[in-house]
Write a protein that binds this ligand. Structure first.
Ligand SMILES: Cc1cc2nc3c(=O)[nH]c(=O)nc-3n(C[C@H](O)[C@H](O)[C@H](O)COP(=O)(O)OP(=O)(O)OC[C@H]3O[C@@H](n4cnc5c(N)ncnc54)[C@H](O)[C@@H]3O)c2cc1C
Length: 430
């Protein structure tokens, strides 16, 4: 909990019977022990925690024994596609092409499931997120869009256990990994889960990112937020805050990305799962000029299990989803930045942590053999992250107009991407 490895997935809180709670969600958002945990419960929580141990090869072997394809970067899979939901409302309301929402609606409509464990903005504190079980199309639509702040879906494990009927679960990789651990342990909390879905995962930010965004706009009190969106409007969308006063603060997603180096949660820098490898279907943004120019929203889709492929086929047949096939090579090229961040950068950062004598995660596999240039690049990134996370750097950036800083950030990021493209793409698809 204090090792910087905690992802705040929520499993410990969910399993604890009220003896663990999340403390200070607007701050560090860490689990806090409030009652006496007996050894048996503590052991169970430790076994289900994905932060320190999650053996990728063993879990692949357990849950995907007959996968048709496997790549160390993408994980096991059956088919890959580019696609979007044909229901304009679903597509427009979603983060990318509306794939995840459309899949959930399809399963609910066809009675394949009775509810969905998912995440919406809180009803009582609209600046925070809250997990819930959606049982209607409206609930699924309400939960759409990516939330880039810490969220702990698994803290509703007791509700999942009490639910009568079949569930689909939606989560980011650490949450999904913990669900897989609980499934392997035959825990009753996950007995109702029939399908697992989830978005690709670059990183998560502390709530301080929202507070900083407000301060940059001259707003000091986050409790005056009426609505908070991270991907508002047409793809790729904008970060948008609606204040109780009627004031609206909005910044294009690519510009709002300037918040990342200032507020990134450490654990996401040590997570090596970019494409949500332990789901039935996972989806990401189809980042490529050909799709970005068209707007509207396109998803990259990875169907990992025969059940996942069956859902996609049914949806294409019924006209709910439009898909085009995608090769593994194209898929890796499209997200070369993300794979480099997670499948190279994370392992190098873990190596640096080990050298500093800090706790490191054990994923049952390591990737190594990256060149000296890649190590130097990581040193530069790590140094920048260290400096930009200081109070002084955060304060300084808040003195500048967010529109101005966002544009500069996008330019600097594109320059950095171009100048490191060769190092990043070297042997990436092999
Ligand atoms: C924190 C985060 C980081 C991401 N980083 C990348 C990236 O680097 N590259 C990339 O290509 N894609 C990334 N994505 C995925 C991308 O933003 C879209 O979520 C994905 O393309 C699916 O789009 P969709 O239109 O199918 O999803 P939607 O139809 O909008 O459905 C999204 C589903 O995910 C759930 N969800 C949203 N946020 C969270 C969360 N924080 N925790 C648990 N569940 C959540 C929603 O409740 C909803 O059920 C990220 C997503 C998140 C949440």
């Amino acid at each position: 909990m204090r090792s910087e490895l905690c992802s705040r997935c929520g499993t410990c809180v969910g399993l604890s019977g009220g003896k663990l709670v999340f403390d200070n969600k607007e701050g560090k958002y860490l689990p806090k022990i409030t009652g006496k945990l007996d050894d048996k419960l503590a052991d169970k929580i430790w076994a289900a925690c994905p932060a320190k141990h999650f053996d990728f090869p063993a879990y692949r072997h357990n849950f995907y024994p007959d996968a048709s394809h496997f790549h160390e970067y993408t994980g096991p899979y059956e088919n890959m596609y580019i696609g979007y939901a044909t229901d304009e409302k679903v597509r427009r309301n979603a983060a990318s092409g509306g794939l995840i929402s459309a899949v959930l609606i399809h399963l609910l409509n066809s009675n394949a499931i009775d509810g969905v464990v998912t995440l919406r903005m809180s009803k009582t504190k609209p600046w925070l997120t809250e997990p819930f079980i959606a049982t209607t199309k409206a609930g699924i639509i309400e939960a759409a869009e990516s939330k880039y702040i810490i969220s702990s879906v698994n803290d509703i494990l007791p509700q999942m256990e009490a639910f009568i009927g079949k569930l689909a679960f939606v989560g980011i990789p650490p949450q999904v990994q913990s669900i897989r651990k609980l499934q392997k342990m035959n825990d009753p909390a996950v007995r109702n889960i029939k399908y697992i879905f989830g978005p690709f995962y670059g990183n998560t930010l502390y709530f301080s990112s929202v507070k900083s965004f407000l301060r940059s706009h001259g707003e000091k009190d986050h409790s005056k937020i009426k609505k908070l969106y991270f991907r508002y409007g047409e793809w790729p969308g904008s970060m948008r805050v609606e204040m109780q006063s009627g004031k609206i603060l909005e910044l294009k997603k690519f510009h709002a990305n300037y918040l990342i180096p200032f507020h990134v949660v450490k654990n996401s820098l040590y997570c090596t799962d970019f494409t949500n490898e332990f789901t039935d279907i996972s989806g990401g943004d189809a980042w490529a000029p050909v799709y970005e120019e068209r707007g509207k929203g396109f998803s990259m889709i990875i169907a990992r299990t025969p059940a996942g492929t069956k859902i996609i086929n049914e949806m294409v047949k019924s006209g709910a989803l439009h898909t085009e096939p995608l090769s593994e090579k194209e898929a890796i090229k499209m997200h070369s930045h993300g794979y480099d961040l997670k499948k190279r950068g994370s392992f190098i950062r873990i190596k640096f942590r080990k050298l500093c004598g800090k706790q490191i995660p054990d994923y049952g596999y390591t990737l190594s053999g990256f060149g000296i240039k890649r190590h130097v690049m990581e040193m530069v990134i790590s140094f920048l992250f260290m400096v930009l996370r200081t109070r002084l750097a955060r304060w300084t950036v808040e003195q500048l107009p967010p529109g101005f800083i966002g544009k500069r950030f996008e330019k600097a990021r594109n320059f950095w991407k171009r100048s490191t493209r060769k190092i990043k793409r070297e042997n990436l698809a092999e």
